[in-house]
Write a protein that binds this ligand. Sequence first.
Ligand SMILES: [Zn+2]
Length: 285
Amino acid sequence: MSNPIMSIICGGNRPHSWSALIDALKVQQTPYEIVMVGPNPPVAWVPEYFHYHYSNVKPHQAQVAAAVLAQGRLLCYFNDDWVIKQPNALGQLVDEWDKCGDEEAIVAPHMSNSYPYLSFATDKAGPILPFGDVFSRENFLKRGGWDTRFIGIYASNDRAIEMQQKGKPVKICYNIVLDEVSVGSLWDELWQHDRSYLAWLWMEGYELTTPRERDFDVPLRPIRKVRRVASTPYDLTRDDLLYVHQGPKGKWRDSCKNCWELHKICDHVPPPAVDPDIATALAMA
Ligand SMILES: [Zn+2]
């Protein structure tokens, strides 16, 4: 589709699931594109509005790179095992976003198996945590995307909490269902890093301990009105966004410029000796 209104930005490494993603969305009438950034190319036919770009960077940086490469005025943050099936779901999300009348607004579908709140230990409580968020591309790029200190989960939720604490519109459209189709996720390997960073940023009295406290297992702490520290934005002017990390990178690797320009795959840059923890990440910032 030419001149997309909405760009679905996706950091993905599961090309076997992309046919389902494409299939589910093909009933949409709002002009859209899918911008997929990840280490594995498509294994089956993809339509002309599916744009694949090779990269081996961490999931959130891949999504931010996809945002840079996108053309739509609105972005929708997606994982490659998510599907939305309802006719005109994207059109409704665009309408709901436009109705907010605020360039910092966020609207989202409802993930069917989730409690979209910061706390699910007791009754649903705390700020909304959307999945599949729709937001302004121009505003996103102006802010340098998300906080580079997140690796692969919760960066968009961090933005959503910040907007809510500023009194900006953040809305979940409960009649639009977002399904997660595969089992297993990054959550198991990344919650210790990313979730505890989110909790540390926004919860009064949350301290970083070893092992990490699962804040969602205990009653919700008071939520801060402002972030504990400022966000560290991506430098989107860098031409190595697809192959050199900004912020902690977990198990992901940088590539060197020579390899990137020759054949993309690089074994020269070693992985980090230890996973950086939040204290290290903060010291780096
Ligand atoms: Zn190299």
